[in-house]
Design a protein around this ligand. Structure first.
Ligand code: PHB
Length: 410
């Protein structure tokens, strides 16, 4: 097994250079390998940082199918909890959304870092190149046939990699995206007046399925990591810091917002506290010359519905077969469709994450009657969705996710 943690000699040439070893970068490298195309992944963090960073944990049916089909679903099948529905609780009144009934599909509760552990293990056992601790400092010539990637390793060595194509999968603070937005690409954004305070807890599972709870005091989400480790979120102010949330306040608010006749939030030792910001952003186009961006580098969705990783995987299903064809046949025409193909799904997912967020969160305002109007309208919308077949089906369909682009043909 080859584990590169250091940069290679200068001016190496590769068909594909991938910036970032997150879901998009690693899955792309894996799919290209299955098509006989090799790549180098450059990642500024260490392997252990990548494998331990806490992120969301819901895999759409399309992601589950992709992992299984491409030989990286074995541990998922052994360890992940498979859910066929969620509960939506409105001030303690619980409504189940049955995914199996409305869509015939399921979701898996399997945290992002577990997917990354599986993909890294697979790439390394396939002799794939992942250069950890290697930061990309600049990219140039991406509007020619021979782009260059400048990098610097943690040990101080630096170099230049030349490639036929460069893929920016370098997350929401992406350097690669700036080469697109700096050359006239659009970056459309939306901010939300709330955030999530997330905790990790050593406690038994509260309920067999996730609970999305709305309450006059704010939103709460009851999610899980394993039989003994739970993930809970509370709506908070975007300016909040973890020290403003004592354990006592956390438990009081979780019980207030999420307990119901059927469920009492299970308590335990809190091992992690963090504030997660809410933001939406889309970059259009997702290509400039021979540079393509994917995943969070291209778009950010708010965390409600846990779509980030799934959207990254769908981008890669659109990109990988076209990129493999371009490398093998020296024909880039199909690659020019990438943005057009990926963006409609990005917008549908933006809509879903933003719709779920707006239906579930309370927004305080200065004018009391106007705030009350907004709250009552919001609750009427949520009630329409969770108490009608048409509404439940619409929510279920989007939660389990749209079909992925085919990785076999285009
Ligand atoms: C999570 O478990 O982190 C999670 C689950 C569902 C969401 C968001 C986050 O909608």
């Amino acid at each position: 097994m080859k584990l590169r943690t250091q940069a290679a000699p200068d001016h190496l040439h590769n068909p594909v250079a991938i910036v970032g070893a997150g879901p998009a970068g690693l899955m792309l490298s894996h799919l290209l390998h299955l098509q006989g195309v090799e790549s180098v992944v450059l990642e500024k963090q260490s392997r252990s940082e990548v494998e331990s960073t806490v992120r969301a944990g819901i895999l759409e049916q399309g992601t589950i199918d992709l992992l299984r089909k491409t030989g990286v679903g074995e541990r998922l099948d052994r360890e992940a909890e498979i859910d066929e529905g969620i509960s939506v609780s409105i001030a303690g009144d619980s409504h189940r959304i049955d995914f199996a009934k409305y869509t015939g599909k399921q979701v898996a509760v399997y945290p992002q870092h577990e997917v990354l552990i599986d993909l890294i293990a697979q790439r390394l056992s396939d002799d794939g190149e992942i250069w950890f601790n290697t930061e990309v400092t600049a990219i140039d010539d991406h509007e020619t046939d021979n782009p260059k990637v400048h990098y610097q390793a943690a040990d101080g060595t630096s170099g230049v990699l030349s490639a036929d194509f460069v893929i920016g999968a370098d997350g929401s603070k992406s350097l690669t995206r700036k080469l697109i937005t700096g050359a006239g690409g659009l970056r459309m954004k939306h901010e939300y007046p709330f955030a999530w305070f997330g905790i990790m807890v050593n406690a038994p599972q509260t309920a067999p399925e996730l609970i999305y709870a709305t309450h006059p005091a704010g939103f709460a989400l009851i999610s899980t990591r394993s039989e003994h480790v739970q993930r809970y979120y509370l709506q908070c102010d975007p300016e909040d810091t973890p020290d403003m949330w004592s354990d006592e306040r956390i438990w009081e608010q979780l019980h207030l917002r999420a307990d119901s006749d059927a469920v009492t939030v299970s308590e335990g030792e809190i091992t992690d506290k963090a504030v997660l910001c809410f933001r939406s952003a889309v970059t259009d186009p997702m290509q400039r010359g021979r540079l393509f961006i994917a995943g969070d580098a291209a778009h950010t969705v708010p965390p409600t519905g846990a779509k980030c990783l799934n959207l990254a995987m769908a981008d890669i299903c659109a990109l990988a077969p076209r990129l493999a064809h371009a490398v093998k046949k020296s024909d880039t025409s199909a690659l020019d469709d990438y943005s057009k193909l990926a963006l409609p799904r990005v917008w549908k997912t933006q809509h879903f994450s933003s719709w779920m967020s707006s239906m579930l969160h309370s927004v305080p305002g200065a004018d009391q009657m106007s705030t009350q109007f907004q709250t009552n309208r919001r609750l009427a919308e949520l009630s329409t969705v969770v108490t009608t077949d048409a509404g439940r089906q619409l929510l279920a369909q989007q939660y389990v996710g749209w079909d992925f682009p085919s990785i076999d043909s285009f």
